[in-house]
Design a protein around this ligand. Structure first.
Ligand code: CA
Length: 187
């Protein structure tokens, strides 16, 4: 039997989700007789990164919308408290953190807003070392089918990269993130 990994886009339990929480994954592995490996998340390396995004929300709330708000170490999901990022409503918005050097990334933890949670539906988490197409061509770690309002969710990967992008493709949307934590080890 092969060595289990956490790159689990097929590990759907009921067909309604593309990705599993670690708890669900452990249950699947237990059922299959696989002992889940101990996962050491390590440090949130996003805290020392540099964040940018495709645009900054215009208007009175623009001052609350900087990309860095998604890596400020504060998971407050209330947008008006000033700890969430937000782009304009635009076609294919993206957000990116530059970790300044490559990491072997084990997990991404995302905190969604406590209002308009559907804006994050269909977002992709991309990881790699390329800035081609602003990093949005890098390999996909996870697809966020949906997240509840104010929820914090973990997505497991086994990818190496300096850049972590969150991108929405194929539609006009506000891309808004209250926190993006990135756990990995330097390579
Ligand atoms: Ca934040």
């Amino acid at each position: 039997m092969g060595k289990p990994t956490f790159n689990v886009p097929r590990a759907s339990v009921d067909g309604s989700c593309d990705y599993c929480s670690l708890e669900v994954l452990r249950e699947i592995m237990k059922c299959q007789g696989i002992m889940p490996p101990a996962v050491k998340l390590g440090e949130n390396v996003a805290l020392s990164g540099r964040a940018t995004q495709s645009s900054i929300l215009r208007g009175d709330e623009g001052s609350l919308s900087d990309a860095i708000n998604a890596i400020d170490g504060n998971q407050d999901p209330n947008f008006v408290h000033g700890s969430c990022s937000c782009t304009n409503s635009e076609y294919a918005p993206w957000w990116r953190v530059d970790l300044l050097k490559p990491y072997r990334i084990n997990a991404i933890i995302i905190t969604n807003r406590n209002s308009v949670p559907e804006r994050l539906n269909g977002a992709e988490i991309l990881i790699g070392n390329s800035l081609a197409n602003q990093g949005n061509n890098n390999p996909r770690c996870a697809y966020i089918s949906s997240m509840a309002a104010g929820a914090t969710q973990t997505f497991y990967c086994a990818l190496v990269g300096r850049y972590v992008n969150i991108a929405i493709r194929g539609r006009q949307e506000f891309l808004t993130l209250c926190e993006v934590q990135v756990f990995g080890q330097p390579v």
